[in-house]
Design a protein around this ligand. Structure first.
Ligand code: NAP
Length: 256
């Protein structure tokens, strides 16, 4: 039953398949939950299979190993899908926080391979199925880092800019086809993001979120749920969302 303020989201996914990459934690896991609640049949992809299997069981979805940096893994993943109506390009992240003069090339490679080439691989492989659905939707989680540069962040900001341009180019190239494209650019969301960025240093990761109120994964998942429930003729092109306590990538209530 719909409630007056659910904006038509309940049941919006009925009979449709939503693929969520990076569904083992953070925004991806919250998105899988939200889309399953909306009635989508959710296919969860990530490398930590134990986690996606547990979540798939909880929400009645399907879990499949996926490494977006590995062409064979993407091929196997896509081969198991009979249909795909929604693709949420969420797999990604940052490694390190260093000035260009001290750039770690391995970190740069990881960020470009995962955020940029990974998004390209899975999107390219799923395009035929999204088109066949007659009403496809590609949601890409870039970042405010796709819109602005900041000190010590060039590896991540350059990768997110490139991922954003890939997504925005597709919006142009797919005009006339039954596929919508939405880019979501979040500011600070408390997930495992900083833990990954700082190579497992929990204290450093926690300090990022101390003294301000960041967003949580559910905040972004609800925006994705809203996006996926708009009527077919409505394309939300780009959504920029930050915590109230953060004005730019580097300016927040702690930094002033
Ligand atoms: P997270 O909790 O670290 O989640 C990242 C997800 O990406 C994990 O499920 C991880 O799964 C998956 N992943 C990483 N490499 C992968 C690969 N090679 N193949 C498949 N999956 C892979 O961080 P999050 O904050 O939810 O991040 C989700 C997205 O939001 C990322 O694209 C991130 O850049 C973006 N974002 C985050 C923030 C933030 O402040 N948190 C802000 C803006 C944008 P496995 O390790 O199990 O494979």
């Amino acid at each position: 039953m719909t409630t007056p303020n659910d904006s038509g989201r309940t049941g919006s996914g009925s009979g449709k398949v939503a693929v969520v990459t990076g569904a083992s934690s953070g925004i991806g896991a919250a998105t899988a939950r939200a889309l399953a609640r909306d009635g989508f049949s959710v296919v969860l992809g990530a490398r930590r299979v134990d986690r996606i299997e547990a979540l798939a069981e909880e929400i009645g979805g399907r879990a499949m190993y996926l490494d977006v940096t590995d062409a064979a893994s993407v091929e196997r993943f896509v081969a198991t899908l009979d249909r795909a109506d929604v693709l949420v390009n969420n797999a990604g992240g940052a490694k390190g926080l260093a000035p260009v003069s001290e750039a770690n090339l391995e970190d740069w490679r990881w960020m470009w391979e995962t955020n940029v080439v990974g998004t390209l691989r899975i999107t390219k492989a799923l395009l035929p199925k999204l088109e066949e659905s007659g009403d496809g939707l590609i949601i890409t989680i870039t970042s405010t880092a796709a819109l602005e540069a900041y000190d010590n962040g060039a590896g991540y900001t350059s990768a997110k800019h490139a991922q954003g341009v890939l997504h925005r180019t597709l919006r142009l190239e797919l005009l006339g086809k039954p596929i919508r494209l939405t880019e979501i650019c979040p500011g600070m969301v408390e997930t495992e993001f900083s833990l990954v960025r700082f190579d497992g240093d929990a204290e450093r990761a926690d300090s990022v979120y101390q003294g301000l109120q960041p967003m949580v994964a559910d905040d972004i998942a609800e925006i994705i749920s809203f996006t996926a429930s708009r009527p077919s003729h409505v394309n939300l092109d780009q959504i920029v969302v930050r915590p109230r306590d953060q004005a730019t990538a580097r300016r927040n209530i702690k930094t002033g």
